[in-house]
Design a binder for this molecule. Sequence first.
Ligand SMILES: Nc1ncnc2c1ncn2[C@@H]1O[C@H](COP(=O)(O)OP(=O)(O)OP(=O)(O)O)[C@@H](O)[C@H]1O
Ligand SMILES: [Mg+2]
Length: 353
Amino acid sequence: MFMKFKNPLSLFRKNVGIDLGTANSLVYLSGRGIVINEPSAVAINNKTNKVVAVGTEAKQMLGRTPLHITVVRPLVGGVISDFEMAQEILKQFLKKLGNSSFVNYYQNAVIGVPADLTEVERKSVEDAVLGAGVSKAYVIESAIAAALGARLPVNEPVANMIIDIGGGTTEIAIISMGGAVTVKSLKVAGDKLNDDILKFVREEFHLAIGEPTAEELKIEIGSAIPIADKLEMTIRGRDLTTGLPKEVVLKDAHVRAAINKSLRLIIDAVKEVVEKAPPELVGDLLKRGIYMCGGGSLLRGIDELIAKELSTTTTIVDDPLTCVARGAGIAVENLEKYDYILNSPLKPREIKL
Ligand SMILES: Nc1ncnc2c1ncn2[C@@H]1O[C@H](COP(=O)(O)OP(=O)(O)OP(=O)(O)O)[C@@H](O)[C@H]1O
Ligand SMILES: [Mg+2]
């Protein structure tokens, strides 16, 4: 028995959900789940202009490369700043899954994007996906993808609030009936906290440290509110006065002081979103509480701080770092059902074979 297919190639084609993040990029393969989860980094040989490594391997080279190798992160604040390199990341990741350069092996891709993208920026995301070997590219607001990934009832007429604190952006959204009612995207997130810590150590201890050390401090001993266990970490860097290596012990209170201002900016933005929400939805928010995701939601006590400031409850979703990719995956597996949620309903950008 022969079965008829509109396009026989579609038998072999796969659908993917993509979260191209400032810090990490993830690919969800339909029917399989998350298959790629690596830093959004590319290492290039400046002499030959060739890509040396992508993802985890490239991030490991950060700060340790010889002069002729540069490690770049092609996304800044959730937006592609280096188109070629962003496309390179997607290409290499999809290739790892067995993409062939001759055929567009992937049929549909749904990719999460920040809410406040300009038309040009959105197109560049779509072009990056299409150029990486996918036939049809749909974009979804990443806050909505996060809500889908968190299995929140996005289609119902109740308000859900989700805060995604990533590397480059914090997205705060109130979602109801499949759409973002209010959304705010600010460029204060994990990277900014790393930068705050780096500057604090330089100013208070006259010590130069690299970003990886600042990030380690944040993850190992950082907190948003005073904590019961006193944490400390010994770091090494270059003394700015003598130019020689020096060791310093930092405590959790130091890191808290360093990141306090940025955390206030995040809290203020959350309050602003709630204040702007239609009054009938605010009741839902207080009742249902606020959901949090993204790597930044793992900062000790940030959920408690937000709960206290907003006088409601907070829940960190399961597996907060993969939530947007899982949501994009759910959307790509149910394109018809979620068509109205996708930014380009029924009119994806398409490459003809
Ligand atoms: N345990 C932790 N405590 C605090 N911060 C953390 C922790 N784990 C990861 N992070 C931070 O989370 C950030 C990465 O989160 P995520 O992968 O959600 O970002 P992204 O999706 O790549 O960025 P964006 O959404 O802004 O484009 C990094 O800044 C990282 O330092
Ligand atoms: Mg993200």
